[in-house]
Design a protein around this ligand. Structure first.
Ligand SMILES: Nc1ncnc2c1ncn2[C@@H]1O[C@H](COP(=O)(O)OP(=O)(O)OP(=O)(O)O)[C@@H](O)[C@H]1O
Length: 478
């Protein structure tokens, strides 16, 4: 039985399936028979992930996903490549079974190829790229070896937390106990202190917002020459942001080179992804053979989300929201409000998030803590809000600043008090709920819209392929 060394899961899968007599070929998808047609099934499978494989890679992956879903663990996929203490720690915190994106991407990532991870919100992309990072860094080398670029301070804090949690156990190296160090280089942070730290004892992993990272690179505080993995999370947002795109391009092409590093881009939304992949190669953001791991392309939204809308006038909205909060009794919820316009700022009006927050403070009589999170708050106030959210049930009033990257798995309800500006924003707001990968519990997204906005919501439904049900509010009169 010869297996391609690029596809360790294949050999494992075969031996596991062989051992597990209970799984018969009939239980698997028909495409799989095509690859395993012989009587000796499953021993004929060889190089499903190999680049020399003549069969369609995506087809292979889809079939593999079906089969591996039943038997493989994260340890099966990563064992021998990701250090044992990291895998143990992952298991201790409950990461045993791989999610779809982890199952499909890890073999490719661990084989060293550049990747675009394109999978639903809450699908576990962070763990996928962190396991890759821990598989390549060398604890004996004192240099920044992995860099994760994120769009916001809050997402950076979260990624840092997961990275540190995985590296919590120390390893023995040169007769010393060492742990991997993870530095967060985030806007609003103590850059002076970080500067000394970077010079004295460079961490193996840096998680950075592009503003702070660029400052450090321009001042030659550190270089990216030893970086072996470069991840850009929420990549579509970063390339779309006029403030971030210039610096990001510089990091990708001037400060480091594709030849020396493995590049990973991640997001739940990559509009016009074929064009993006073309640009990746053309602009040398990735190598030519970058792999697009697209999980659930025909279902961009998590399936156990229930979407609804209530039609009401702008004046009625506060009353309707209060009514819905009482009726739904969320475990925790996020209420999204539009960002304040420049015109309204100039006129000296308070942001609508603050107005709604004040209203709920005065009128909501449920058990949840009302918390505010918006652009105008300083970084300390934002951090305080985040820590409040982690401690008890909450109703968070937020702008789209909270629509990407926040991982608060206890959130059961999302309310769009203002309709998001784009379908992509709708997707990311909705993705702040349904964040327990193996749970079938239903979570809810409700939009409060005027009759005129109904066609906008319909457009989002067409684009994101989901159904939205109308809530009939009668006999309630807000
Ligand atoms: N293998 C796993 N087993 C159990 N839970 C997991 C696993 N992988 C990830 N999770 C959990 O799933 C949740 C979502 O993961 P993560 O934040 O990585 O999603 P994401 O794909 O980056 O989402 P987004 O695009 O919204 O940022 C987290 O709470 C994480 O702890």
């Amino acid at each position: 039985m010869a297996f391609c060394n690029l596809c360790p899961p294949t050999s494992l899968l075969c031996s596991k399936l062989a051992a597990l007599q209970s799984i018969s070929p009939e239980k698997l998808k028909p495409e799989l028979h095509f690859y395993y047609p012989s009587e000796k099934w499953p021993f004929r499978c060889t190089c499903l992930f190999s680049s020399s494989c003549s069969l369609s890679a995506s087809c292979c992956r889809a079939s593999m996903a079906e089969a591996t879903a039943e038997v493989l663990t994260l340890r099966d996929i990563c064992g021998g490549k990701v250090p044992e203490h990291i895998l143990k720690r992952a298991e201790e915190v409950g990461y045993v079974r791989p999610t779809d994106v982890q199952r499909q991407s890890l073999p490719v990532l661990l084989s060293g190829q550049d990747c675009v991870l394109h999978a639903q919100t809450g699908s576990g992309k962070t763990l996928a790229y962190l396991l890759l990072i821990y598989s390549v860094i060398n604890i004996q080398r004192s240099a920044v070896q992995a860099l994760i670029v994120v769009p916001t301070r809050e997402l950076g804090m979260q990624v840092t937390k997961v990275a540190r949690m995985l590296a919590a156990k120390s390893v023995e190296s040169d007769n010393m106990q060492r742990t991997y160090t993870v530095m967060s280089l985030l806007d609003g942070g103590m850059l002076k202190r970080h500067k000394s730290w970077l010079k004295a004892e460079p961490p193996e992993i840096v998680v950075a917002t592009i503003g702070s990272l660029s400052q450090m690179l321009e001042r030659h505080v550190f270089k990216l020459e030893a970086v072996r993995v470069l991840v850009v999370d929420e990549v579509d947002f970063m390339f779309n942001s006029s403030k971030q795109v210039y610096s990001l391009r510089k990091v990708l092409t001037s400060h480091s080179s594709i030849e020396r590093r493995q590049t990973v881009f991640a997001s739940a939304s990559i509009p016009q992804h074929n064009r993006f992949l073309y640009d990746c190669v053309q602009h040398k953001w990735t190598k030519n053979d970058v792999v697009h791991i697209h999980v659930n392309p025909i279902e961009p939204m998590p399936s156990h989300l229930h979407h609804s809308f209530a039609i009401c006038s702008k004046k009625e909205r506060l009353g309707v929201l209060l009514y819905l909060l009482q009726k739904d009794a969320p475990r925790s919820g996020i209420i999204f409000v539009s960002e304040q316009s420049e015109k309204s700022k100039k006129a000296g009006r308070p942001p609508s998030a603050t107005l709604l927050f004040d209203f709920l403070k005065a009128s909501y009589d449920g058990d949840l803590e009302i918390i505010l999170f918006e652009e105008d708050m300083n970084f300390n106030a934002r951090a305080a809000s985040l820590s409040d959210m982690r401690q008890r049930g909450f109703l968070l009033v937020a702008t789209d600043l909270a629509s990407r990257g926040f991982d608060l798995p206890q959130t059961t309800h999302i309310y769009n008090f203002d309709l998001p500006r784009t379908a992509v924003d709708y997707l990311h707001r909705s993705g702040r709920t349904a964040r327990l990968p193996f749970s079938a519990d239903r979570c809810f997204v409700t939009s409060l819209i005027t009759a005129e906005e109904q066609f906008v919501l319909q457009r989002y439904q067409n684009e994101l392929l989901f159904q939205c049900e109308e809530l009939i509010l009668e006999p309630f009169a807000p």
